[in-house]
Design a protein around this ligand. Structure first.
Ligand SMILES: *Cc1c(COP(=O)(O)O)cnc(C)c1O
Length: 356
């Protein structure tokens, strides 16, 4: 690419020796991508540089008013030796949507894709080799204007960093325990719940911390107005198998439209399951659990792929799902989504993007 400069590191780091201990988001590759924006010039000065600290003015708007957005995607080493991504164009589409909501200037999506591919080629040896591992990709944009006014900034920085990762949850595919949050809310319709912005996460930390103190892995959020309808889990969308219906909350504006969610809905329908995107109240879910009609529950997201839910706590009630074991549909979905990502099974929708 002639509009992308490359400065390679002179001090490459050692790759992680034990891939079974990677965890999530703890190690970073040798390089990163940086593109600047300033008013008048637009997006310019794209470069791949060694992974290093960045300079910001103390007044940079992102530090005060959280004008920032991000994406999360992965690069995989497939069984045929090719390097792949999973529906990456969907991530750049969503990033553009986040730009519009957060008053950040959009970037050319084809340029984002091509520059990411260049970065991945430079750091391809950082894509881990063991089963179930991948290179987590974090594109993000922050507002950098040296100005304390509450106003969209004139200067931005787009960056992409890479982190070799294993399982997102220590539990792996073992079912997680979920705390249904009765008080705090994550998002309301008309707010920013449907875009990936850091602010959504900052205000979710308190509930997450309290859930962890009680021995739960994640918070399940209810709608912000009535605190009655199920929305999503921390960084995952949710699905429930009730009798022969697979239910996931419909996208109302306060739920993040997950790409794994969308892929799960498409695959499940392709297999002939009855999938409903509809409102689901916590009372309906509890009733289904008590009468033995709640067969499975699972979350979906890029980081964890499919994460079975084994237990839910709502107020004083605790209910177990499928005896705390992974269900048949959750397992089938996990096997097939990861199967497509690693090139082990047929890819009926052409979701794999092969890096050439
Ligand atoms: C990123 C994210 C998800 C999952 O989206 P994927 O595209 O499937 O990774 C779900 N909920 C929230 C709040 C998120 O930030």
């Amino acid at each position: 690419m002639n509009n992308l400069s490359v400065e390679l590191t002179k001090t490459p780091k050692a790759k992680p020796a034990d891939e079974s201990k990677l965890g999530f988001g703890q190690i970073f590759s040798d390089h990163m991508l940086l593109v600047k924006y300033s008013k008048g010039k637009g997006w310019h000065d794209a470069k791949i540089t060694p992974y290093q600290p960045i300079e910001l003015w103390p007044a940079a708007s992102v530090l005060h008013y959280s004008q920032s957005i991000f994406e999360g995607m992965k690069a995989y080493r497939a069984v045929d030796g090719t390097l792949r991504m999973f529906r990456p164009e969907e991530n750049f589409k969503r990033l553009a949507n986040s730009c519009r909501r957060m008053c950040i200037p959009e970037m050319d999506q084809q340029f984002q894709m091509e520059s990411l591919v260049e970065l991945l080629k430079v750091d391809q040896d950082w894509i881990p080799k063991s089963e179930g591992t991948s290179l987590y990709i974090r594109p993000f944009i922050i507002a950098c204007k040296n100005f304390l006014g509450v106003h969209p900034a004139d200067d931005y920085l787009y960056m992409v960093i890479l982190s070799p990762s294993g399982a997102y949850y220590a539990e792996g595919l073992n079912p997680v325990k979920i705390y249904v949050e009765p008080g705090y809310v994550r998002a309301v319709r008309g707010g920013t719940g449907e875009v990936k912005t850091g602010a959504n996460y900052a205000q979710s930390l308190k509930a997450q911390e309290e859930a962890e103190e009680q021995g739960y892995t994640q918070v399940l959020w209810l709608d912000g107005v009535e605190r009655k309808y199920i929305e999503e889990v921390g960084a995952m969308n949710v699905f429930f198998v009730i009798d022969d219906e697979i239910v996931t909350p419909q996208l109302t504006g306060s739920i993040l439209p997950g790409i794994t969610r969308k892929s799960a809905v498409e695959l499940l329908k392709h297999w002939g399951y009855k999938v409903s995107e509809r409102r689901l109240s916590i009372d309906e879910l509890e009733e289904a659990a008590k009468t033995g009609r709640l067969k499975e529950a699972f979350g979906t997201g890029t980081a964890a792929v499919v994460s079975p839910i084994g237990q839910l706590k709502y107020g004083d009630d605790v209910f177990t799902v499928n005896d705390g074991k992974i269900g048949e549909i959750s397992q089938k979905l996990y096997d097939n989504l990861t199967g497509i990502q690693y090139g082990k099974v047929e890819d009926p929708f052409g979701w794999s993007y092969i890096i050439k």
